[in-house]
Design a protein around this ligand. Structure first.
Ligand code: MN
Length: 253
């Protein structure tokens, strides 16, 4: 019995090692996970976001005046729809079994695939998350629960967090995203990625669970804000769905 138990534990470490190696988890984390006998904190294996575009959870006008209706409509029906379609094409071409492979785990080994798949897998994931972390009715103007506690712990205050996040968004040169990320060593950090890269990707310098992300491509704000990216960032804080962000955070950590 004892021998079998040890063997199965070794197998577990071996199997989880394959996934975690690609995801860049440290051996300390791996050993903690193995000791716990579960991959509870391995968010790379969670099937959170489907491969196809889901309906926008509100109308195109719902985020006015922070984001205008025409920007929302073009962004959702043209840009984001394009990423979803091109992702499906790339998966077909590169023999990705989308039934058995979660989008999250595909992203964690995206270096094995083409640039086209990388750009569109990131583009699709990022936008699906982006629509859901925003909302027309503000239930709360700041987070609560665990997320609020951890923001306080890691940034000292919600205001300091906002300021650091806004700086990351302003300073991302060209097109990309700014992120609040939960790292493998259980810390919240802020950073940004170029193009449609995201922190789930093995090729990304910034790694971890994307808690929330802000699209700073010009297509996300140019019709209303033109060159004034900072004004778009300021207005964005008014349309965040902190209930969704906080619940998703707690479900994934
Ligand atoms: Mn976009």
């Amino acid at each position: 019995m004892e021998k079998n138990r040890i063997k199965s534990r070794r197998e577990f470490i071996k199997d989880s090692g394959k996934a975690t190696l690609a995801a860049g988890l440290s051996t300390t984390v791996l050993s903690t996970l193995a000791n716990a006998g579960t991959l509870q904190t391995n968010f790379y294996n969670k099937k959170n976001i489907p491969y196809t575009q889901t309906p926008l959870p509100y109308s195109y006008t719902a985020l006015e005046p922070s984001i205008d209706a025409m920007t929302m409509e073009i962004h959702y029906t043209k840009h984001a729809a394009g990423y979803a379609k091109n992702l499906a094409d790339a998966c077909k071409q590169e023999n990705v079994n989308t039934q058995d492979t979660s989008l999250e785990s595909l992203l964690s080994s995206v270096s094995k695939y083409s640039v086209q798949l990388r750009n569109n897998a990131g583009g699709h994931y990022n936008h699906e998350l982006f629509w859901k972390i925003m909302g027309p009715k503000i239930s709360a103007s700041s987070p609560s629960g665990k997320l609020a506690d951890m923001i306080q712990r890691d940034f000292n205050s919600f205001e300091a967090f906002q300021s650091q996040f806004a700086d990351a968004a302003k300073n991302r040169f060209g097109s990309g995203w700014s992120w609040l990320v939960y790292t493998n060593d259980k810390k919240l950090i802020i950073g940004s990625t170029p193009n449609q890269d995201n922190p789930l990707m093995d090729i990304s310098d910034l790694k971890g669970l994307p808690v929330m992300g802000l699209d700073v491509w010009e297509h996300a704000y140019y019709l209303k804000y033109q060159n004034k990216r900072a004004d778009y960032i300021n207005a964005w804080w008014n349309i965040l769905n902190w209930n969704f962000i906080g619940e998703r955070f707690e479900a994934n950590i």
